[in-house]
Design a protein around this ligand. Structure first.
Ligand SMILES: [Zn+2]
Length: 450
């Protein structure tokens, strides 16, 4: 037997008064090719305390081809057995390294689970797990390589080595015997060793680290959850991916998708362009804010081609509020730009033009009762025809009521065939500035502004 294989630490000596529980290390392994299912260890959780922890490299250098540290927190394993972007690993020639997890406060630690997947030497996990509450005298939160963490205020929790299992998927679960707590900690330290590889390519492809708070919510495990809805006439397909937010799957099926099915063909009919066909399939993906790219974490939704990404955190908060309307806005973009042939054949309009169309259809046609695009005493002063989104939508409503009923179709045509500011005069007999003045004067009177 390989002496390095699995050495759960039994507490022989303890400096604290309470008896430490025995620690149990369970190793799961499989050579599944498609789905991540590491044997007897449950797949990664999405809402564990690790998802909110702050991970930091304390020693060693990350490989330049690996994902950023948050891939260890996104609740997902890698997509296949050689998927560097969805793993974190130390660089070629590094003999492992150390990663700390700041738990932002003490937690009653129930379990730590670590996951890796690789077709070769980078699959096995060899590490020591330490925990600390930061209270020991001389505590060092970031012990450099060569410094024994146990000598600077860290307690060794477990010693893991899955080397004997070879290539494939590895899952490690560290718990107390019989469900006992592992202790109260506010920091963890993973002291990771590289596997033997003559070329120095032995650093583990770590896919996920789960840290489970005994007092935390029930764990949600990542599972691919995709449903396809085909329109009654068979023309359109709406594909809903709720893998990252299974709690929203039923809400989306009942409250969101039927509205998309009703409105997508309507919007297509409103915005016809000769020689251009909007996509017949839309993908809706509900993503956790933490797995969105940084620039998108604060936005409710966005569309790219025929992919609509919905921020699950926003959807969850706004189920009875803005969620569905915000998806209507995005499918207007799918009609505008969703097919490759949708690229403009002339001057592309400024974004306020197209954002205004998306918000006009949302606020004035889909949910006029919400009165979400009103000009009020508060926003009157800064409202201009090109303020974009809701304000521009309100301006369009004024133009449609007073000058040009067919404005949506014409603006969309201009989006495809070429836009110019002169079009306003051509359509209404007035320039955009003249229309702006008339719209503002009407609002001023209506609001009783002196
Ligand atoms: Zn938009």
């Amino acid at each position: 037997m390989n002496p390095r294989f699995l050495l759960p630490l039994l507490p022989l000596v303890s400096t604290s008064f309470a008896a430490d529980p025995a620690v149990k290390v369970t190793v799961g392994h499989s050579t599944e090719a498609n789905v991540f299912k590491p044997g007897e260890v449950a797949p990664p959780a999405m809402n564990d305390a690790g998802a909110k922890a702050f991970f930091k490299i304390v020693s060693g250098k990350a490989d330049e081809n690996c994902g950023v540290l948050p891939v260890l927190q996104d609740g997902k394993a890698a997509g296949n057995d050689d998927d560097p972007e969805h793993n974190f690993f130390f660089g070629i020639g590094e003999k492992g390294g150390r990663i700390s997890a700041d738990l932002k406060g003490p937690i009653d630690l129930k379990e730590v689970a670590t996951y890796s997947w690789h077709s070769g030497e980078r699959a096995p996990q060899i590490y020591k797990l330490y925990g600390s509450d930061g209270s020991a005298p001389g505590f060092n939160a970031e012990p450099a390589a060569g410094v024994d963490p146990a000598s600077v205020g860290w307690k060794l929790i477990a010693n893991v080595d899955t080397h004997e299992k070879g290539a494939g998927q590895h899952g490690v679960s560290i718990t107390g015997e019989n469900g006992a707590s592992l202790g109260t900690f506010n920091r963890l330290l993973f002291d990771i060793q590289a596997n033997d590889d003559p070329n120095g390519w032995g650093n583990t492809f770590l896919s996920e680290i789960d840290i489970v708070d005994a007092k935390g919510p029930a764990l949600q495990r990542y599972e691919r959850k995709i449903e396809t809805l085909t329109s009654k006439d068979g023309k359109f397909k709406y594909i809903l991916d709720s893998s990252e937010s299974p709690d929203l799957a039923d809400w989306a099926k009942i409250n969101l998708m039927p509205v998309m099915e009703e409105w997508y063909p309507k919007i297509i009919a409103m915005l016809p362009v000769e020689g251009y066909t909007p996509p017949d399939t839309i993908y809706f993906t509900m993503k956790q804010a933490t797995t969105l790219p940084g620039y998108a974490q604060g936005v409710p939704a966005y569309a790219s081609g025929n992919n609509v990404t919905l921020n699950a955190n926003f959807m969850r908060d706004q189920q009875g509020g803005e969620a569905v309307g915000c998806a209507i806005h995005e499918i207007v973009h799918v009609v505008q730009f969703g097919s490759p042939g949708g690229s403009t054949r002339g001057e592309r309009p400024p974004t306020w033009v197209t954002e205004g169309v998306a918000d006009y259809i949302r606020w004035f046609l889909y949910e006029p009762q919400a009165k979400g695009a009103e000009i009020t005493k508060r926003n009157f002063g800064s409202a201009n025809y090109d303020s974009s989104y809701r304000v521009t939508a309100n301006f369009y409503d004024f133009v449609i009521k007073n000058h040009e009923k067919d404005l949506m179709r014409k603006l969309n045509l201009a989006t495809h065939n070429g836009y110019s500011a002169d079009l306003w005069k051509e359509w209404t007999g007035k320039t955009a500035d003249e229309l702006n003045e008339a719209w503002k004067a009407g609002n001023k009177t209506r609001l009783g502004i002196e």
